[in-house]
Design a protein around this ligand. Structure first.
Ligand code: DLL
Length: 439
């Protein structure tokens, strides 16, 4: 596989130079933000730190963190780093509770963002000759517009489908010979399932790659999607607060995502103490945007749990890699005192030969937490007797117990009874919230 880059001078920069560049940009960004953003200036003043205290990359540990709560408190303009008249775009998070976070972009910010996405598309083998089907939602969500902008920069023929209307997705995919599919992994799995239902085999489509992200997905799910669509599936990561998709992306090694370090500085911290952890440790990912003008977040706590490693990569990129987020610290369920991530349950299901169609229900009955996992039966289970189904449920429950340490009640349900997602899948229903339990 040839190593193609969209911006080789940045993507293959020697590590020492990356660090020098980051240091220069960090000092500039802290000074700029201190001067232009009273909200952050206040946080720095409260911590007793001034811009001139930041002279090296390590000095970043002196700076205060920003959290989603800060973004809500400062909503809508409190974290603007530039005059509103210089902004050309607003996007927003997909959050359903509380105030949404709105992020602002200058034209430079949009250009930088789209360059980052273009790097991801090229790393997945994308060229001018490709037809890029974008089935992420368009609108306030950054998935659609982010991949759209990147696809234009690469020069692909861009199909701005948005999410949903699966019938039309399939028609356009087949009629217009789409070669790259961009959507959430759960929607990719659904499109694969829908193609098979219509009698298409993986080799019937012209797709070669998929660029999937915006939600956690397991290696098992990747293999499933790759098999069903006949493609290579690449992960892409990002969040609205730091522009959108493209903060990090996978290369052909498919074992972690290169972070666009010329634009973002990443740290891993202990989520409880805030202490910066050494490379290779598992903890919460914290980002500082080094170039963003309109929404310059410094030490933003993402809540995503992952590991950073800098090893020589065969693709030639020198940027540090992050593992797939293993869940968010706020996605983590605490059930009977045990920390459980939906991704652990998904990994068991796929390993046991089930499709990633499941829903987790947590409740509290008689002061004790309950965990129910609803899983769709596979096509060969249809003929099973009740006894056989019960046996399969017990087998799954045991496998889950081994993985997560507690026993769930597993319910095998008929195929197609769990709602499919066209965007980010809703995996967990936590009914304990009705009891006012702060989870
Ligand atoms: O989901 C941006 C995006 C769009 C990324 C399209 C990739 C592709 P938000 O809606 O603000 O932005 O949600 C950000 O989604 O903090 C993670 O918890 C999760 N997330 C994003 N990408 C991945 C991924 C977009 N590849 C939040 N794997 C982040 C796991 C992801 N989780």
């Amino acid at each position: 596989m040839p190593n193609n880059y969209y911006q080789p001078e940045a993507e293959t920069m020697p590590v020492a130079e990356i660090k020098k560049l980051q240091e220069y940009k960090l000092i500039r960004q802290v000074r700029r933000t201190y001067e232009n953003v009273p909200y952050y200036r206040n946080l720095m003043d409260q911590k007793g730190v001034k811009p001139e205290d930041i002279r090296t990359l390590e000095d970043i540990a002196k700076l205060p963190f920003l959290s989603k709560d800060d973004l809500r408190e400062a909503y809508p303009y409190g974290l603007l780093g530039t005059d509103l008249s210089k902004c050309v775009r607003i996007q927003s998070t997909s959050g359903t509770t509380g105030k949404r976070v709105v992020a602002f972009y200058t034209q430079n910010d949009v250009d930088m963002w789209e360059d980052c996405v273009a790097r991801a598309i090229v790393a997945a083998g994308g060229t001018k000759g490709d037809v890029c089907q974008i089935a992420y939602g368009y609108g306030l969500f950054t998935g659609g517009s982010g991949l759209h902008g990147g696809s234009h920069k690469v020069g692909c023929l861009t199909l701005p489908m948005s999410s949903g209307n699966t019938e039309r997705q399939i028609q356009f995919m087949m009629d217009l010979n789409a070669t790259i599919l961009c959507c959430t992994p759960s929607y990719a799995a659904y499109i694969g399932e829908s193609l098979a239902e219509r009698g298409y085999k993986p080799e019937d489509n012209k797709l070669k790659a998929g660029i999937f992200g915006a939600e956690p997905w397991t290696e098992e799910m990747r293999r499933d999607i790759e098999k069903n669509l006949g493609i290579k599936a690449y992960d892409i990561y990002g969040l609205t607060e730091s522009s959108g998709p493209g903060v990090a992306f996978e290369c052909h090694e498919q074992n972690g995502m290169h972070i666009n370090e010329d634009h973002f500085y990443a740290e891993i911290i202990d989520p409880d103490t805030g202490e910066v952890l050494p490379e290779g440790s598992k903890g919460e990912l914290v980002f500082t945007s080094l170039d963003k003008e309109a929404f310059p977040l410094i030490r933003y706590r993402t809540r995503d749990i992952c590991v950073l490693t800098r090893e020589k990569c065969s693709c030639g990129r020198t940027f540090i890699k992050m593992t797939k987020p293993m869940g968010r610290s706020d996605d983590m369920m605490i059930i009977r005192g045990v920390n459980v991530f939906p991704s652990q349950i998904e990994a068991v299901l796929l390993k046991e030969g089930y499709a990633p169609n499941y829903q987790i229900e947590v409740d509290r009955v008689n002061n004790s937490d309950t965990l129910d996992v609803y899983v769709e039966m596979t096509s060969d289970s249809f003929s099973d007797t009740v006894k056989e189904i019960t046996k399969k449920e017990k087998k799954l429950a045991l496998a889950m117990r081994t993985m997560i340490g507690i026993s769930p009640a597993v319910h095998l349900v008929p195929a197609k009874t769990i709602a499919r997602s066209e965007g980010k899948a809703v995996r967990v229903i936590d009914k304990r919230k009705r009891l006012g339990i702060n989870i």
